[in-house]
Design a protein around this ligand. Sequence first.
Ligand code: MF3
Ligand code: CO
Ligand code: CO
Length: 278
Amino acid sequence: MAPMDKYLSVSPEEALQARDGVIKLHGPEGFAGMRKAGRLAAEILDELTKHVVPGVTTQEIDDIVREMTLQGGGVPATLGYRGYTHSCCTSINHVICHGIPADKKLKDGDIVNIDVTPIVDGWHGDTSRMYLVGDVPLKARKLVDVTYESLMLGIEQVKPGNRLGDVAHAIQSHAEGNRYGVVREFCGHGLGRLFHDAPEVVHVGRPGTGAELRAGMIFTIEPMINIGKPAGKVLDDGWTAVTRDRSLSAQFEHSIGITEDGVEIFTASPKGLDKPPY
Ligand code: MF3
Ligand code: CO
Ligand code: CO
């Protein structure tokens, strides 16, 4: 997901294209490119359902993501992105997002988000899902379920004529209705040939506000929901965002495109493994 200050620190090339805030309208070529990139991204997350078990390290997961991405004819967008040196993000328990793969073993009861972004033929397929490690307490499973529901309620609002605030409101009201906190510091983003483009897709807002949705727009929706308060902070490694109150945090992300009559989800699971249990 994009930090809210992203336009201040993207590469000069990316800044030139993105800073004006103009939301691109993509044609059939863009949709075809996103379909292919999104499919590879979803296939990688499908494969990982077999590997996310107690004892596996997040570095081992990163190795699988890198190998599958290259094997599938892609390149991981995160490798070398603003100094990031891994092929995915692995965000465990109270980590909101941008957890860095390491030699740390997943343990029974953990929840972990894995976020992948293969670039295929220049197009970015950006998606993440939650995985349950072994036996996960009901409280954590409920957070995961509500977070997935929030994403899908947001996607239901995506159609020409609606506004970004309608998407945000659907997400916020479902999450807060369950007494969870919605993270403000990171948002979804336009994407395509760029990883992080306009618009900023925030996950809290009022109906009828924000940019009007039009056919041809392509962006991610990626709500981060905490059991506790919304506030987060970034650790000294410069990446790992955690909840300030150390409460559990969950996230799901899809890359989507707006069609004449609704939405196409580029990163839907070909195997129907969109949410746990897998
Ligand atoms: N995939 C993330 C997103 O959803 C971005 C990760 S950037 C990284 O936008 F450098 F932290 F990997
Ligand atoms: Co994203
Ligand atoms: Co992502």
